[in-house]
Ligand binder design. Structure first.
Ligand code: AKB
Length: 336
């Protein structure tokens, strides 16, 4: 029985993660979000708390629990962060720092390191031109780390902050005689859920296109048809988080891992959508700023390290994601 904190519990990953924890049972789940957790999700958790992670009083309230694991999902995504960079910095960076320090204090109190799971993103990459992006192909964790957005900068910094905290406070050294933090980050591609829609991201065109078609609504896509970035079905995203959290620390050769699944262009996604919903009306109306953001992200990721260290492998390639997860589930959702 583990005591687990999930921040950003109302978000897309939070929604699926809480459901998975509920199916597995046997853990004490504390769900935190700035919004009220909907009743059907609240039924899945032990305690639901509402508050702002950048508020020290809220951190104090959370600190009463002896967490074994923290899934820190709360963040402003890329498009939202561009609209409000100061708030993004406050939530994405200051909120993360506050939770890392809280985890350290809990680790000192209990004598057990807190496993701190951090969803990072392909937004940490910054390719200078489409030509460079096309030539670069699949990127490893350490290439082209020149993010062009507030969100990418925040996430890259927090990857490094978490690694620093783990190195300084997560090992037995003269400075620290208790291991208090074990930080582990995953660089997520765009996630596609069949049951929820994202908000404020720049990879949102893929889920929006699919959900619009399932509801018989027209969709105006905000990127060009040839735009290519990696995507992943939500069940694989949740699987990766849980698998990395459970991996023995001696197997891990790094603190941040890429994970890949499939990397279609927008028109390849549209073709899949039209195959499932032949009346789908999809037009392209690129938005310059959002287009520039996704053009700076990698076309695909090299996830060799995750495969080698903790046995990562996506269950859903593009065909399986559409045929066995997205289309049947979404059709069910909108059929009521
Ligand atoms: C976003 O679009 O901001 C996110 C991401 C790729 O991290 N979905």
């Amino acid at each position: 029985m583990r005591t687990i904190l999930v921040t950003g519990a109302c978000g897309e990953i939070g929604h699926s993660l809480l459901q998975t924890f509920a199916e597995r049972g046997n853990n004490t789940i504390i769900a935190a979000d700035i919004n009220q957790l909907p009743d059907e999700q609240a039924a899945n958790v032990s305690v639901a708390v509402r508050g702002d992670i950048s508020n020290p009083d809220f951190i104090k309230q959370l600190e009463q629990y002896n967490f074994d694991e923290v899934y820190h999902l709360a963040a402003l995504l890329s498009t939202s962060a561009e609209r409000n960079p100061e708030l993004a910095h406050q939530v994405n960076v200051n909120g993360t720092m506050a939770l890392l320090m809280m985890s350290r204090r809990i680790g000192m109190r209990t004598g057990n390191p807190v496993i701190f799971m951090f969803p990072s993103t392909i937004a940490v990459y910054g390719l200078k031109s489409l030509t460079i992006k096309n030539v670069a192909g699949k990127l490893t964790e350490d290439e082209h780390l020149k993010p062009t957005t507030m969100y990418g900068i925040n996430k890259l910094y927090c990857e490094q902050l978490g690694a620093y905290m783990s190195d300084r406070y997560g090992q037995l050294t003269s400075e620290s005689d208790t291991k208090t933090i074990d930080f582990r980050a995953l660089r997520f591609p765009g996630l596609i859920s069949a049951t929820t829609l994202p908000s404020g991201g720049t990879s949102d065109y893929a889920p929006e296109m699919i959900h619009a078609a399932a509801q018989g609504k027209p969709y105006s896509c905000f990127v060009r048809p040839d735009t290519r970035i990696p995507f992943m079905a939500m069940p694989d995203g949740v699987k990766a988080l849980l698998q990395l959290a459970a991996a023995p620390s001696e197997k891990l050769t790094r603190r941040t891992y890429n994970i890949g699944a499939f990397a279609p262009s927008a028109e390849e996604i549209a073709a899949k959508v039209k195959a499932a919903f032949p009346d789908a009306d999809i037009q392209y109306n690129p938005h310059l700023r959002r287009q520039n953001i996704v053009d700076s992200w990698c076309a695909d990721v090299d996830d060799t390290a995750a495969r080698m260290d903790w046995g990562w492998s996506a269950e859903y390639d593009m065909q399986r994601a559409f045929d066995e997860y997205l289309i049947p589930t979404i059709s069910g959702v909108y059929a009521g």
